[in-house]
Design a protein around this ligand. Structure first.
Ligand code: KIV
Ligand code: ZN
Length: 525
């Protein structure tokens, strides 16, 4: 294996694995494939497509990506046991360039309490797992989970054994986002100095953002010679998330004078990838998020505006064009044609077939009849509701709310179920409570609402309201998102999306798949 990257940093994207562990994220196989295709256009070197052992659904999703996405290496995650590794191989083996990524924890606290294994047992498991993985696949990555809280001497030994057993990439995760840039620099230096064979493998880092240091720690490791960075779009990931791909890549590009490193990333694809991931995961990007936030290139104060108008570099260290942020946009509306609509779909990162464009265009026209200007959010909502939704067991036909400061809020809903229309009414603590209770009467499901938020996603008088919510049913969390110019309707749609997911999971999917991963439930390791 050639580990000399010539100053290029290998970008390993784990949006579809660690990113999918973001609370409330639950991507279907079709959504994962769509994101993987966009990651390939973005130019990532490795796509960690999933954790196949977690469910037959994830195995299928990883296999579909391995078969259909060309360019990047396709990796599947596995713990250090035979079943995990064989399943990961099963899923990635159709890729032109497959990788098995196996991991085990090496910190005392994890070995003692989580694994209940001695250090010697962990060493033995590492050797066996890496050898098995290497007998199946030429490209094997080994991760020492919680490396930054592990005894460095023990860590060196584990890495040495993994390399001797055939690992081609050694990954150093800061699993709980605990380390600091200086400490991490020293750890990488220690690994380079003390691990036999380290010069023959790629050194990778995988940082979490619990203290907001993930990007800084990754860059510190690069300065010390790490050549692979694991990251996610929009910094998604377990808890506070992972290193944000767009931040680390743009730091390397903008400060090339300092880092003297390059990547294969087509930075002009960053913005649309961010939008696509945000749209399909339902996790909004905070407005002040570096690189891809709505305010990242917005200049508010008069002094700044004046400066930028005179000379952009006064307040802009990179251009909006460099991340593919369109400088001006054609507003889509009622009179827009199919061609303009399809072009905007492509700009937003969707690669849809001709037939799907036809279906989407019909929905677009329906929306344009109700709303003057159609925003990117509207289009994302149309795509999500048309192409990626589960079958609609319950569909909203009519809703009426009566509410005021002197009345008991009541809601009436009419819901189509097959060829039947069912009407129910309920009162509640507020109009939304009444609405959800009325819907519960129709569906008979009655899950617990655990999260609900409402926001305007466009501006102007006909602004769209977006309702996002999570409900708990049978010990599982299901999410729903609804977009409409009417916030009550947006809420009803979001709630019904979650109901349809529960219905699909507990009836259709269960019967078909046995134990497949629930639609709407985050995979946990
Ligand atoms: O954070 C972590 O340690 C991980 C490993 C599986 C690489 O995600
Ligand atoms: Zn992680």
């Amino acid at each position: 294996m050639d580990t000399n990257t010539g100053g290029r940093i290998i970008i390993f994207d784990t949006t579809l694995r660690d990113g999918e562990q973001t609370p409330g994220v639950n991507l279907t196989a079709a959504e994962k494939l769509e994101i993987a295709k966009q990651l390939a256009r973005l130019g990532v070197d490795v796509i960690e497509a999933g954790f196949p052992i977690t469910s037959p659904g994830d195995t299928k999703a990883v296999a579909a990506i391995a078969e259909n996405v060309e360019g990047p290496v396709i990796a599947g995650l596995a713990r250090t046991n035979r079943e995990d590794i064989e399943r990961a191989w099963e899923a990635v083996k159709y890729a032109k360039r497959p990788r098995i990524h196996t991991f085990i924890a090496t910190s005392e606290v994890h070995m003692k309490y989580k694994l209940r294994k001695t250090p010697e047992e962990v060493i033995a498991m590492t050797k066996d797992a890496v050898s098995l993985a290497r007998s199946l696949c030429d490209d094997v990555e080994f991760s020492a989970e919680d490396a930054t809280r592990s005894d460095p001497e023990f860590l060196y030994r584990v890495f040495e054994e993994a390399i001797a057993a055939g690992a081609t990439t050694i990954n150093v995760p800061d699993t709980v986002g605990y380390t600091t840039p200086n400490e991490f620099r020293n750890l990488i230096a220690g690994i380079k100095k003390n691990v036999r064979g380290i010069d023959k493998v790629v050194i990778s880092v995988h940082c979490h953002d619990d203290l907001g240091l993930a990007v800084a720690n990754s860059l510190a490791a690069i300065e010390m010679g790490a050549t692979q960075v694991e990251c996610t779009i929009n910094g998604l990931g377990e808890r506070a998330g992972n290193t944000a791909l767009e931040e680390v890549v743009m730091a390397l590009r903008t400060r090339r004078d300092h880092f003297n490193r390059t990547t294969n990333i087509v930075t002009e694809q960053i913005y649309r990838t961010s939008r696509l991931v945000s749209g399909l995961t339902g996790i909004p990007v905070q407005p002040n998020k570096a690189i891809v936030g709505a305010n990242a290139f917005a200049h508010q104060s008069g002094i700044h505006q004046d400066g930028v108008l005179k000379q952009r570099s006064t307040y802009e260290i990179m251009t909006p064009e460099s991340i593919g942020l369109p400088s001006s946009r054609i507003v889509l509306g009622k009179v827009s044609g199919r061609h303009a609509f399809q072009k905007r779909l492509e700009e937003l990162g969707y690669s849809v077939s001709r037939e799907d464009v036809d279906r989407l265009f019909i929905k677009f026209k329906e929306m344009a009849d109700r709303k003057k200007d159609i925003s990117d959010w509207d289009i994302e909502a149309i795509v999500e509701n048309t192409l990626y939704s589960v079958p609609e067991e319950f569909a909203l036909v009519y809703h009426h709310i009566s509410s005021g400061n002197q009345t008991v809020p009541t809601a009436t809903v009419r819901i189509a179920r097959g060829d039947q229309i069912v009407e129910e009414a309920s009162s509640g603590d507020g109009p939304i409570d009444a609405l959800f209770k009325a819907i519960d009467r129709v569906t008979g499901l009655g899950p617990k609402l655990v999260d609900y938020s409402l926001k305007a996603v466009t501006s102007g008088k006909d602004a769209l309201g977006e309702a996002s919510l999570k409900v708990e049913h049978g010990g599982r969390v299901y999410s729903g998102r609804g977009v409409s110019p009417d916030v009550i309707e947006a809420s009803a749609k979001a709630y019904l999306t979650a109901m349809n997911r529960i219905w699909y999971e507990t009836t259709v999917n269960n019967h078909r798949n046995g134990n497949s991963r629930p639609v709407g439930e985050a995979t946990k390791i």
